[in-house]
Design a protein around this ligand. Structure first.
Ligand code: GLP
Length: 239
């Protein structure tokens, strides 16, 4: 596991964009993508790079980690909308190469199966991750088995609280999500985890220094052969 500590959020994003670009330039690759506020600066840099250097996404495929259950795909807070607003609408990606799980279909079990089968065929060359304040990755909350594959998860109180900043009121925050399981995430060839701010310091400390255990899902990454963690000083403050 390689840990890179940068002075601030912008520098963290700069460093992350270099790691991502190295993979993107190979062109015929699969990017595992993440949502949340942490990767926004990185996506901005990738869009800038596409515009300035004409880096192409024509042959790139993507798989996203997760999606809320119970809100329509075109909801302003869906991860589908987020990804289009932050990245997909601004690069030359082919819409048919974009893959996200759907949280607005009737048969969610069937959707889990569909997405899982898709992931078995589309192994990410790099999987981007943020981290929840409680150490979750994707929407794999503390207690999730390390051999889990795409499933419907109940979001924990802390996650609902954390995500309530994006909704008008806390009652509007979805309480369930469809997420890649931990085994799906670990199947990626390379993993890039970003964290910024003091509210991530405990989770980063646990990830780097704690025992590998299901109560902090991110600790599983220590079992992966190629992980890069880029954090800012605040997120690294307890190391
Ligand atoms: C959500 C997402 C995660 C993300 C986490 C942290 O729960 N499902 O993929 O890592 O939020 O988000 P933020 O980057 O906004 O702190």
């Amino acid at each position: 596991m390689k840990i890179i500590i940068k002075d601030n959020y912008n520098q963290m994003c700069e460093e992350a964009s270099k790691v991502m670009k190295e993979v993107i330039l190979k062109e015929d690759v699969i990017l595992g993508l993440a949502t949340g506020s942490t990767p926004i600066g990185l996506y901005k840099l990738l869009v800038e790079d596409h515009k300035t250097n004409k880096t192409s996404y024509k042959k790139i495929q993507t798989v996203n980690l997760d999606e809320y259950v119970g809100i329509p795909q075109n909801h302003e807070q869906s991860y589908f909308t987020f990804m289009h607003e932050q990245l997909f609408n601004h690069v030359d990606i082919d819409p048919k190469n974009i893959n996200l799980p759907r949280g607005d279909v009737k048969d969610l079990n069937k959707e889990c199966q569909r997405y899982n089968e898709l992931l078995a065929k589309k192994i990410a060359d790099i999987q981007l991750l943020g981290i929840g304040g409680n150490g979750h990755i994707g929407f794999n909350e503390p207690g999730t088995a390390f051999d889990s594959v795409t499933y419907i998860t109940d979001l924990q109180e802390k996650t609902i609280q954390d995500n309530s900043r994006f909704f008008d009121k806390i009652e509007d925050v979805p309480t369930k999500a469809i997420t890649m399981g931990i085994a799906n995430i670990m199947a990626a060839k390379k993993i890039l985890l970003l964290a910024s701010g003091v509210n991530k310091a405990e989770a980063i400390k646990e990830l780097v220094l704690g025992d590998i255990n299901i109560n902090c899902p991110a600790t599983v990454l220590r079992n992966h052969p190629d992980v890069v963690i880029i954090v800012d000083k605040d997120a690294a403050s307890l190391l």
